[in-house]
Design a protein around this ligand. Structure first.
Ligand code: 1HN
Length: 347
């Protein structure tokens, strides 16, 4: 073998020459390409609603929902500037719709979830049916469905949007089109999907046409009642407190194929055991206050704050009083691909 300096020069020269043919030596990047454990290039982050809300309201004076199409402040991971991503697979933003406004109809192959942070009484319409939204409701906009929003209430409404934008972009599978009018025609009475699908029963001859749930609003009143029921039914899970996943009643799977959604209750003073999983997750604080230690970083949160926990980062949640947390992640995708893993630290 030649002396190290000569050898390194020869290698560099070789890399340059094969670079001209769009080739590269695997042995220089193998460890990075196949890391022994997830090494996410994004960070834990927290958005304090008291700091965010004034900017949201300021945006309301700068542009109408109609002109903006969607008046949203993107929650961008601070380690991924310019990406419009909160994790490498997920997009999140806070959307404001003021009284009397309409966010015009369009559709796209990206799926969306809404989690209502503030306000009561605005509606979203999906494929001809409206639903009135309240704080804590989880509402889905399935892939390629027409959707518009409007606010007939007297107060601003703010919700967290979660979309699978980065995933769809990775597949180059994005399509979108605008509606012919701002508001789509209402063809189905209010409450129809709820009546047909939300009571543990299904219309006898109904067959699902797609993976997404036929229920499009999972109201907080029912979710809260379910959590409360759980607290009476047994002890909390060491890693999660009392945690439920939202479900498509026709399949048992997630309501949206690409994003899993969860709601958990942490009893007063409860501290979870250290936990990590391969799905990075976005959280929205519904009730209470507390803190989450994420990969050694302490995020202090309260009602209406948002925060993000990266893949495989160790997390410990601690509630001061009783607290309720909504979250979403790409877990259903990872599960479909046999990739999802968790580490309960023996708990
Ligand atoms: C979208 O359609 C909505 O429908 C919200 O409310 C956020 C972000 C990017 C692309 C489409 C909505 C969005 C979006």
């Amino acid at each position: 073998m030649a002396a190290p300096a000569t050898r390194n020069n020869a290698r560099r020269d070789f890399y340059e020459r094969i670079g001209g043919l769009s080739m590269a030596p695997l042995w220089e990047s193998l460890h990075q390409l196949v890391p022994p454990a997830p090494a996410p290039r994004y960070r834990p982050a927290h958005w304090d609603y008291d700091k965010v809300r004034p900017f949201l309201m300021e945006s309301g004076a700068l542009i109408t929902a109609k002109e903006a199409v969607r008046r949203v402040l993107i929650l961008e991971n601070p380690a991924m500037p310019g990406s419009a991503c909160i994790t490498p697979t997920l997009y999140a933003g806070l959307q404001l719709i003021l009284p009397g406004e309409v966010a015009p109809a369009h559709r796209h192959t990206q799926s969306a979830l809404r989690f209502i942070v503030e306000g009561d009484g605005a509606y979203t319409a999906v494929d001809g049916e409206r639903t009135i939204m309240h704080e804590g409701d989880f509402v889905i906009t399935p892939t390629w469905t027409w959707h518009d929003h409007g606010n007939d209430s007297s107060k601003p409404m703010v919700w967290l949007d979660g979309l699978d934008i980065p995933l769809v972009a990775m597949f180059n599978a994005g399509f979108a089109e605008n509606g012919e009018s701002d508001e789509q025609a209402v063809t189905t009475p209010l409450g129809t999907s709820d009546a047909r699908f939300a009571s543990g029963l299904l219309p006898v001859d109904w067959k699902p046409a797609r993976q997404t749930s036929p229920i499009f609003n999972y109201p907080y009143a029912r979710t809260r009642e379910a959590l409360q029921g759980l607290t009476r039914a047994g002890p909390p899970d060491a890693c999660h407190g009392y945690k439920l996943r939202y479900v498509n009643p026709a399949s048992g799977g997630a309501p949206i194929a690409t994003m899993g959604t969860y709601m958990q209750l942490l009893p007063k003073g409860f501290e979870t055991a250290a936990y990590r999983a391969t799905d990075g997750a976005v959280f929205s604080v519904v009730e209470g206050e507390g803190q989450s230690t994420v990969g050694g970083e302490v995020l202090r949160w309260k009602k209406r704050d948002q925060f993000v926990v990266p893949s495989w980062a160790s997390v410990v949640h601690k509630a001061r009083g009783e607290a309720v947390l909504f979250s979403f992640s790409d877990r259903p995708v990872q599960e479909k691909l046999d990739l999802w893993r968790e580490d309960r630290g023996g708990k």
